[in-house]
Design a protein around this ligand. Structure first.
Ligand code: PGA
Length: 247
């Protein structure tokens, strides 16, 4: 099982970040859960530089540019050299700030070119009875993957994050049956877009109000490979409970 702790802007000090990273290292050593933490960029550089543990690091975003006069942008190569192995791309909180599918595709290409493993976030804003959300998600995935070389497409991890389920409580998360259906749909789509049988090795994650009380139900029988966790990853006892629940 794979858990990505997306700290967003919840962690407000280096001291808090160090404590959470130490906890993640201890949990990774004690369990067989693969843990990746996604701290804000300056903290990533600090924490990853001293990392001799089995936890991995993810950038929360990468720039759509490759350099130049771009104040405030963090390039994929900077995150890679600071110690990131992964990069979250196309998170709905970035898309809400105007990030289009075309920008997401450019970010994906830059991350891959710098050797980062992209975690591509997709997800509908709401569910309609006619199944329009499936077309919406399909479009997000295809517009991001189609411009890539077939071999590059195989390196992308998909994170299904329905916007309606993000930042709430476990009562508002997706129900396991619906998640299982979506994972199946995404795997079929990956089989169409990826070369040969490589989609069999692709990872599909879920994110949106994953908490200790729902993670086991969401993990069981849905064929999901792991979770992208926001608010429940920054409170130490909740995060420990979450990891232990799937360990
Ligand atoms: P949440 O966030 O766990 O707080 O819902 C998940 C995400 O946005 O990645």
């Amino acid at each position: 099982m794979f858990i990505v702790a997306n700290w967003k802007a919840y962690v407000e000090s280096l001291a808090e970040a160090k404590k959470l990273a130490e906890l993640a290292k201890r949990l990774a050593a004690k369990t067989r859960v693969s843990l990746v933490i996604a701290p804000p960029a300056p903290l990533l550089a600090f924490l990853a530089a001293r990392n001799r543990s089995s936890i991995g690091f993810a950038a929360q975003d990468v720039s759509a540019e490759t350099g130049g006069a771009e104040t405030g942008e963090v390039l994929a190569q900077i995150s890679a050299s600071a110690g990131a192995t992964y990069a979250i791309i196309g998170h709905s909180e970035r898309r809400a700030r105007g990030e289009s599918d075309e920008v997401v595709a450019r970010k994906l290409a830059h991350a891959l070119a710098q050797g980062l493993i992209p975690i591509l976030c997709v997800g509908e804003h709401e569910r309609d009875a006619e199944g329009g959300y499936l077309t919406f998600v399909r479009e997000q995935v295809s517009s991001a993957l189609e411009p890539l070389e077939p071999k590059e497409r195989s390196r992308v991890i998909l994170a299904y994050e329905p916007v309606w389920a993000i930042g709430k409580t476990s009562a508002d998360a997706i129900v396991p049956a619906d998640l299982g259906e979506m994972v199946l749909y995404l795997r079929k789509l990956l089989a169409e877009l990826l070369p040969g049988k490589s989609s069999a090795r692709s990872q599909v994650l879920y994110g949106g109000s994953v908490e200790p009380s729902d993670i086991r139900a969401l993990a069981g029988g849905t064929q999901v490979d792991g979770f992208l966790v926001g608010h429940a990853s920054v409170e130490p006892s909740t995060f420990a409970a979450l990891v232990k629940a799937v360990a």
